[in-house]
Ligand binder design. Structure first.
Ligand code: F6P
Length: 384
């Protein structure tokens, strides 16, 4: 056993739900992603078949930590009626937030400024007081780390990996990613004709935080000329040269896909703001790249930020099915006495891995991945 494996074993938590579960709770945390409702429906139906009652906690854990903000209470009974006809719907019927970390909960101090307060013990007490035997938490890396820390405080939790960014480790893919990539690809397709008609450079900024999965997969599928991702810092002159080369070859337009977390070799990531109690917001690189390319090449350039459109709308069939499978697997995990785990896609099956293992590192694009190699073979530039 190597050192890393020893560390993992030391930090893994062994926690089981009670043998006879009566009531479970479901929460959705972080930015929304297409497929959340399908997971909720699947988990609720599978739980009810076992005779378990399901409670939805509103807006991450806010429903329990600030129940006074909800006219009809901060929790909701999830039954057949509540989850009927929601498989194909975007968003989440129980709400979500990326400002609800119970370990560093944003709280207004007497001086009128926001502080981070650890309210995790209070949350654990509230969950126990409600007679909740186990929790299913659907979220991204932040939510899984919170789940891991709550497990250490004695809460049996099963995590379900959600994020359009696809940056959660140990699962081949997270639900929401396929929907975001499909949408971004369609947008790139649409931008080709207008770029060609105006002989312009068109720069498309996509989400993905510190990972380039959306940019890479949509960029290759949408036949971009350059793809800029956080994993490969770029030289803007190399990108400019790619567009000049196209003009020399009689192709008078270029399509450049930029991940919001990409950065130039000699510069920083573009950050919109940093707020107490939430992750930094990225954005702005699309506009900067567009302007620099226009200056360097003399060719007219425009930029488009796809933004939250990538998170909205219906989940693709792939994401619906994956979400339904994840929801069912989360309930099976509890039924089999497993907690402190996250469900993962390990084709062809869905498995469980300890939350600790799933939260140790961010899954970024490997530079030797087949998709990166394919892109290079196709002549797509990464600006390196
Ligand atoms: O993590 C999902 C994600 O959509 C990222 O791609 C993006 O950086 C972030 O969330 C945006 O968050 P917000 O909803 O706070 O604008």
């Amino acid at each position: 056993m190597n050192t890393q494996e020893e560390e993992a074993t030391e930090e893994e938590i062994t926690i089981s739900p009670p043998e006879s579960i009566k009531r479970i709770a479901i929460s959705t945390g972080g930015g929304d992603a297409p497929g959340l409702n399908a997971v909720i429906r699947s988990a609720v139906l599978c739980a009810m078949r076992r005779g378990w009652e399901c409670i939805g906690i509103r807006d991450g854990y806010n429903g329990l930590l600030t129940p006074e903000q909800y006219p009809r209470g901060g929790t909701i009974l999830l039954d057949h009626e509540k989850v009927r006809g929601i498989t194909h719907l975007g968003g989440t019927i129980i709400g979500t937030t990326n400002r609800g970390n119970p370990f560093s909960y944003p709280t207004l101090g007497k001086d009128g400024t926001l502080h981070e307060v650890d309210r995790s013990d209070e949350l654990v007490e509230k969950i126990k007081d409600l007679g909740i035997d186990a929790l299913i938490t659907i979220g991204g890396d932040g939510s899984m780390r919170i789940a891991y820390d709550l497990c250490k405080k004695g809460l049996p939790i099963v995590g379900v990996p959600k994020t359009i960014d696809n940056d959660l480790d140990k699962t081949v893919v997270t639900f929401g990613f396929d929907s975001a990539v499909s949408f971004a690809t369609e947008c790139i397709d649409r931008l080709h004709s207008t770029a060609e008609a105006h002989r312009r450079i068109m720069v498309i900024e996509v989400m993905g935080r510190y990972a380039g999965w959306i940019a890479l997969n949509a960029g290759v599928s949408g036949t971009a000329d350059a793809i800029l991702i956080p994993e490969i810092p770029f030289d803007i002159e190399k990108v400019a040269e790619r567009t000049r080369e196209r003009v020399r070859n009689g192709k008078m337009f270029s399509i450049i896909v930029v991940a919001e977390g990409a950065r130039p070799i000699d510069g920083q990531r573009y950050v919109i703001d940093r707020e107490i109690g939430r992750a930094e917001r990225l954005g702005g690189i699309g506009a900067a790249v567009s302007q620099q390319l226009q200056e360097l090449t003399g060719q007219e350039s425009r930029h488009v930020v796809l933004g939250h459109l990538q998170r909205g709308g219906q989940p693709t069939t792939f994401d619906r099915l994956l979400s339904l499978r994840f929801g069912a697997a989360a309930i099976r995990a509890l039924d089999e006495g497993n907690a402190g785990v996250m469900v993962v896609l390990d084709p062809p099956t869905v498995q469980y891995v300890p939350l600790y293992q799933a939260t140790r590192r961010m899954k970024t694009v490997p530079l030797d991945s087949d998709t990166v190699i394919t892109a290079r073979d196709l002549g797509i530039s990464f600006g390196d």
